[in-house]
Design a protein around this ligand. Structure first.
Ligand code: FA5
Length: 342
């Protein structure tokens, strides 16, 4: 056998083993098609080997021809075999890994303010309060006058108001729902009014131009300030925990007399004094008081027969304390990194 023929047969051997390695690495049908073109195509590897014929004697040509045909048939049949295997077993199933963690569907959740609002509602409904609603665009009469806040009275300055046209305002508090409820209902009344309020306050860590309050009102014969304290105390212990204490400080609201601000003992330091309560041991919550007899005059309730208490609270304030949120503005930014924590 000539040296040339020996060399050519060695190259063919190497070509076959290279092909085997490439075939093993092929992951799909397009990869098989590419191999077919590379090895068997008109300008492919095997076709180029036929040019060797000219370097051989006539008696050695059939040997090289036979070897070339054999390797061509082998490559063809192995490509076919592999293609059939791919078709029988789809690629997706071949790469299926049952140990991978599942992809959970993206799903929304209730906003933290709504969650706390729901909790507040449940607590008061459990104490026999009904839920009432009122409009966010309110008349000056319900937002102020019927709450004993006459036009031009300095107490209007307590709330920075968005005035609209024709005697309408964006309600500054939920207290107008007291009037609307008493107008439509004779005593006994025991209601809460959750809802959105608006004030022209400069936004900062604790103030927002739009925020939520829950109003509470109870009117009946012989309703006392002690009952008000009891209800607020029960609420504090339910929404935070049973150790929370409540204190009332004298204050002023035109629609309650006497009026009070109520505080909860600090839920973080248990009243010892910390950064959140500014070392006072107390957290300011909101205002409350006994319904002013002048307000009863606007709704035709007889103040010699009936008495009542009312209270308000800021939902953002309670939520910030409950979840240690330090800036009210984050509730309205719709940042999923924040919202997904609830
Ligand atoms: C009132 O709005 C009274 N209507 C509460 C009331 C009801 C008193 C019944 C007596 C009887 P005040 O203006 O303090 O009160 O507001 C109550 C709470 O609303 C505040 O303690 C605070 O938590 C919340 N609040 C008021 N303004 C804003 C604001 N701009 N941003 C966020 N929360 C606010």
């Amino acid at each position: 056998m000539s040296e040339n023929l020996q060399k050519f047969l060695k190259v063919l051997e190497k070509t076959e083993s290279d092909f085997s390695a490439r075939l093993a690495a092929a992951q799909d049908e397009p990869a098989l098609e590419a191999l077919k073109i590379e090895y068997l195509g008109r300008k492919g590897i095997l076709q180029s080997y036929f040019s060797w014929m000219s370097q051989l004697d006539a008696n050695e040509k059939p040997q090289l021809g036979g070897a070339l045909n054999r390797i061509k048939e082998t490559i063809q049949s192995r490509l076919e075999e592999r293609k059939t295997a791919f078709q029988r077993q789809p690629a997706a199933i071949e790469s299926f890994d049952p140990s991978l963690p599942p992809r959970l569907p993206a799903c929304g959740a209730m906003h933290p303010l709504l969650q706390v609002l729901d909790e507040i509602k449940q607590i008061f409904v459990g104490m026999g309060f009904r839920i009432e609603e009122g409009p966010e665009i309110e008349s000056d009469y319900y937002n102020f006058e019927a709450l004993n806040i006459p036009p031009y009275h300095p107490s209007r300055d307590m709330q920075d108001t968005f005035y609209l046209r024709e005697g309408l305002v964006l309600r500054t508090h939920t207290s107008p729902v007291q009037i609307r409820t008493m107008e439509n209902q004779k005593p006994p009344v025991r209601m809460i009014a959750p809802g959105r309020c608006f004030r022209n306050d400069t936004p900062d860590a604790t103030h927002s131009p739009t925020f939520h309050q829950v109003e509470g009102l109870c009117v009946d014969r012989g309703v006392s300030f002690a009952e008000l304290k009891g209800v607020v105390q029960a609420f504090a212990q339910k929404i935070f925990n049973k150790d929370v204490r409540v204190r009332f400080r004298p204050s002023f609201f035109p629609f309650t007399e006497p009026s009070a601000e109520y505080d909860f003992s600090c839920i973080f330091c248990k009243g010892k004094g910390c950064r959140v309560c500014k070392n006072t041991g107390w957290l300011e919550i909101s205002g409350a008081g006994m319904v002013d007899p002048a307000v009863f005059g606007f709704v035709d309730y007889d103040p010699t027969i009936y008495s009542g208490y009312a209270f308000g609270m800021g939902v953002e304030r309670i939520t910030m304390l409950k979840y240690q949120v330090h800036d009210i503005r984050i509730f309205y930014e719709n940042d999923l990194r924040f919202l997904q924590q609830f």
